[in-house]
Every structure is written in C-alpha cells, then in structure tokens.
Design a protein around this ligand. Structure first.
Ligand code: AMP
Length: 267
C-alpha cells in the first residue's frame, strides 16, 4: 500500500485510473469504514481511502485533541483490505490554498447543525477540498452520519460531478452503531448505549403503525433513566429532512451526551 502525503503524490499515483472510488475517513478504522471500502471496491477498479482528522469540524479544541487516533492499526487493516492507496495528508497540505467557505441556510440548521455550531461548515469545507484533490467518480459515505451525507450530496455532489453513495449503518451485535468515538466510552456507557439503540430501533418500528408517538415523553424518560443529555430525538423524512413527515421514507434521529461523549445515530 502506498501512503500518499500530498496532492502531488496523489495525482501521480492515480492519473491513469478512470474509475476511482473514494472513502474519506478520520481514521480509527472499524467495520463501518470497512463496509464502505468493500462497497467501493466492488464498484470501482481502484479505491482511495483518506485519513484526515479535520480540525475545522470540531467545535471544541479538546474534542479534536481527544479524538481517537491509531494510524498503525489503521494501516494494517487497510493493507489487509488490499487498499493500494492511502491519502494521509497533514493539515497544512489540505488547507494551504484559499477556498470558498460554505454557509448553511436557515432550513439546514437542524439536528447536529443546530447543536454543533460550525460543524457542517467545517465538514463541507474539508470535503470540498478533498473532492477537488481526489476527483473521484464516486464517494462512499455512511448513513450513520445521515445529515452529513445529505448535505455533502446536495451541496458538493453536482459541483464536483461526483456521485455520493450512501451506505447502510453497520452495528455491533448489541445494536450500537460502530463509531470511532465508541473507543472513548466506558463499559457502563456501552451498556447504556446498547439499551438506547435497542429501544429506538423498537420505537421506529412502532412508529410505522402509530404516528402519534410523543417523542418528548420518550426523550424525558431516556434522559432520566440513563442519566444522559439528549440534544434531539426527532422523526424526519430522508429527502427534505422535514420534521414528522411520515408520508415518505423517514428516520428517527438522535444525538446525546453520555459521560462526556457525544453520540449520534438514526433508525
Ligand atoms: P468518520 O471516520 O467517523 O468521519 O467516518 C468516515 C465515514 O464512515 C463517514 O462517511 C461515516 O458516515 C462512515 N461511517 C462511520 N461509522 C459508520 C457505520 N457504523 N456504518 C457505516 N458507515 C459508517
């Protein structure tokens, strides 16, 4: 596997490939990332994985510093997956040029955009830079971060003439969605996160026949029972992300804080 540290090396490595699939990550590679990689490998001659912990999408310096990193382990997993090219740039390499900043519209300021000010502006900024460097035909992103996937698809898909492919959320046996941040959880928090995931999965199923569920009641119950702080617990449709729109495909979105770690999921 070639580790490409800058744009020059990357261009040189991939100039002869027509169909390139791209899987951007922040590392701490887990089975969720692996599933995106495998989907890309199935559909493209070559797959490029990037590992870049993007400082501009963290609203707290401490969160950025504490983000789990294990590049040696990541490299060994990627080698096993037969990845030929890992793009592993430094911050200066990605941010060396001046580029357009993105602003969210009022209607976009929901869910994580409401509770993590500047987060998606940072995500769009880095994705805009990565897409203009990698110039792939396809990008594979997880539905685990559904709002991120939708925003990148809508705002950057056309601009970069790239197809953004949403891939299903991979879960542990205990129903917790795999996430690099799970490494920050204590065992007791993992048990609670599992119970919450099982409950919400059930709630989503119940919602198919009962549309008048009082989510604020469930929110209070979960907060009191598990001593967590929930930022949001909302049904929104997949296309327009409108609240309580059950007419088209919809999801149950949650973000909560447990023992100082913020987790997001959707069902
Ligand atoms: P991250 O490294 O957390 O920025 O994630 C990189 C990509 O992997 C994003 O597109 C995520 O949505 C996706 N991803 C993270 N966790 C999962 C998961 N459990 N299942 C599927 N995709 C995931």
């Amino acid at each position: 596997m070639k580790i490409l540290k800058n744009v020059f090396e990357l261009n040189k490595a991939i100039k002869n490939y027509k169909n390139v699939g791209f899987v951007p990550t922040m590392g701490g590679i887990h089975k969720g990332h692996e599933s995106l990689i495998k989907i890309s490998q199935k559909n493209n001659k070559e797959t490029i994985v990037s590992i870049f912990v993007n400082p501009t999408q963290f609203n707290q310096k401490k969160d950025f510093r504490n983000y789990p990193r294990n590049i040696r382990k990541d490299i060994s997993i990627l080698k096993k997956l037969k990845i030929n090219y890992l793009f592993l740039p430094e911050v200066n390499e990605i941010y060396k040029n001046k580029m357009k900043n993105f602003k969210l519209t009022k209607s976009d300021k929901i869910l994580c955009a409401k509770y993590r000010k500047g987060h998606f502006e940072g995500v769009l900024n880095v994705m805009n830079r990565l897409l203009s460097i990698v110039k792939s035909k396809y990008v594979f992103m997880g539905e685990k971060d559904f709002q991120q996937y939708i925003l990148v698809k809508r705002i950057l898909g056309k601009k970069h003439k790239v197809k953004i492919v949403g891939c299903p959320t991979i879960r542990e046996r205990n129903k917790i969605a795999l996430s690099t941040r799970n490494k920050l959880l204590k065992k007791s928090s993992i048990n609670i996160a599992s119970k919450i995931a099982i409950k919400l999965d059930k709630l989503k199923r119940i919602s198919k026949t009962n549309k008048s569920l009082d989510l604020s009641k469930y929110k209070d119950k979960l907060e009191n029972k598990f001593k967590i702080k929930i930022d949001y617990l909302e049904f929104r449709d997949e296309k327009k992300m409108k609240l309580d729109n059950f007419k088209s495909k919809y999801r149950l979105f949650i973000a909560y804080h447990i023992n100082g770690v913020r987790l997001i999921d959707n069902f």
